[in-house]
Design a protein around this ligand. Structure first.
Ligand code: BG6
Length: 495
């Protein structure tokens, strides 16, 4: 019989937010909690304790949160009665998170709170270990406690193991919720519904019917004052290792036996483990690195990466990556997955394109054969929807059997009449409080993703892979177009 996980599927009404005055908390976490409250998803007894080093009192924390809500929530979504109710849930305590003796005061504070506590670590990973060890030593880690960890979990496999080992010394895996905020996005979840609830797609989802898959995550933003962090990360660590690989896993994984967290995560790990390493002799054909130069953004001149404030002008960190990933398994052998992501691109766009193979026998005019490919476009950002490109006959008696490609289009906001789509953090906070780990990344997933990325990084360093420049506000380096075209494929916007 399966041992019951004491940690799962019960609502945790006590939330302790480490780093409560940081950017993530004020911009995302507290506004998301307000939205959950507004949607009636926080039980009455929910209490939120903010912790940070600043010597604030409760009133100052409430006031700072109030200002953040006004700043980050659209006016028409702020309801003053809900806001008052939400602000009353807040409490604050000053805490030196590294100082073990300071936790006695925290224990006293939590003594009459509901013992089902979730600790959210919106702090640099360098202090995860101290926090976990101090919570444990002060008796604040019970079998029902949960701990939520923000990315990055390390900067390579070795450092991620150190973080996971330190956390794992005190919290078992069933207590740990590692965030990848892409897993909280509506369409990412919809991928599971699309793939596994629609037999029409389920039966075609393999190398026999799909010629290639594209995953594009283009960002309009640049480095946004994070130059120091970003320069050590680059787009490979900041985006590919987590968000893009999670999307790839959801597109490529086998159907899980059930929709529970371990069944889903087992399948994702299998995909990561089947990713082929890069070979030194092919890396320059399979991978393109880029860095934005001076250009334009929102109709204004925008500085290149090396001219951003605080920049080291010698940096060779990539702000753009395009690469071909191959998955060595029965389902995908021979179907490449092309991933690309960049900062300071023309517009914000996240989409997955499934290119279906053309039919084997084409009976229409031969010049139309290149048209004959169905594509499924799964759009995550800026709006969420799905569109299937199908071929139809051009209307008109003079048109003969000329073909045209039209989209069968689903815009989720329209079809489902939803006024607003919840932010990814709303869903993730709710699921962590409910004790559902499906949308969180398990340790073996993080490590398998790092292993693959580390191998690629090491190979490009040995092979002195070139760094291509692209002007800010454009679609990335030409080399990325040459790369995919060399395999007989094209990025969607060029199809
Ligand atoms: C974060 C990265 O994880 O994701 C940022 O650290 C990036 O660099 C952000 O800008 C993108 O998230 P979204 O939801 O805006 O696509």
């Amino acid at each position: 019989m399966q041992k019951e996980n004491p940690n799962s599927q019960s609502f945790s009404p006590s939330l302790v937010l480490f780093g409560a005055l940081g950017d993530l908390s004020l911009r995302k976490l507290l506004p998301s909690l307000y939205q959950l409250d507004k949607a009636g998803l926080l039980p009455e007894e929910t209490q939120i304790l903010g912790l940070a080093r600043q010597a604030f009192n409760n009133e100052e924390f409430v006031q700072t949160t109030d200002e953040a809500l006004i700043r980050f929530i659209p006016k028409d979504e702020l309801d003053s009665a809900v806001k008052q109710r939400f602000l009353q849930r807040l409490d604050y305590q000053e805490l030196d998170m590294k100082e073990s003796t300071a936790y006695a005061k925290l224990k006293t504070k939590l003594a009459d709170w509901n013992p089902l506590v979730t600790y959210y670590l919106a702090t640099p990973p360098a202090i995860f270990g101290d926090i976990c060890s101090n919570l444990n030593a002060s008796g604040l880690n019970t079998p029902t406690s949960r701990i939520v960890l923000e990315k990055p979990i390390g900067h390579d496999l070795a450092s991620s193991k150190v973080i996971n080992d330190t956390v794992g010394e005190f919290f078992n895996e069933q207590q740990v919720y590692r965030i990848d905020h892409y897993l909280g996005k509506e369409t990412v979840q919809n991928l599971l519904a699309l793939r596994f609830a629609n037999p029409i797609f389920a039966d075609l989802w393999n190398h026999d019917h799909i010629s290639y898959v594209e995953i594009t995550v283009a960002e309009e933003v640049g480095i946004e004052g994070r130059w120091g962090y970003f320069d050590h990360a680059g787009q490979m660590r900041d985006m590919v290792q987590n968000h893009l690989l999670q999307l790839l896993c959801l597109v490529a994984m086998e159907p899980p036996t059930r929709l529970d967290s371990d069944s889903i995560r087992n399948e994702k790990v299998r995909v990561l483990e089947a990713l082929e390493p890069m070979q030194p002799h092919t890396i320059n054909k399979h991978l393109v690195r880029g860095q934005y130069g001076d250009g334009h953004y929102a109709d204004k001149a925008a500085p290149g990466y090396l001219n951003e404030p605080d920049a080291n002008t010698q940096s060779s960190t990539e702000t753009y990556m395009a690469l071909r990933a191959d998955i060595s398994n029965w389902r995908w052998a021979g179907t490449p997955f092309y991933l690309r992501t960049g900062k300071r691109m023309r517009s914000k766009l996240t989409e997955i394109i499934i290119h279906f193979r053309p039919s084997r026998h084409f009976i229409f005019d031969a010049d139309q054969e290149p048209l004959a490919e169905n594509k499924l476009v799964i759009r995550l950002q800026p709006y969420e929807g799905i569109s299937l490109q199908v071929l139809t006959k051009e209307q008109g008696i003079d048109k003969g059997m000329r073909l045209r490609r039209d989209p069968l289009h689903l815009d989720f906001a329209q079809t489902q009449g939803s006024k607003r789509l919840p932010d990814a953090y709303e869903r993730l906070l709710l699921e962590a409080l409910k004790g559902n780990q499906s949308l969180f990344v398990r340790r073996d997933e993080v490590e398998a993703a790092w292993k693959w990325c580390d191998q690629i990084r090491a190979t490009w360093e040995q092979s002195a892979s070139p760094l291509h420049t692209y002007p800010a506000g454009t679609q990335g380096p030409h080399a990325a177009y040459d790369m995919i075209e060399a395999f007989g494929h094209r990025w969607y916007e060029h199809c």
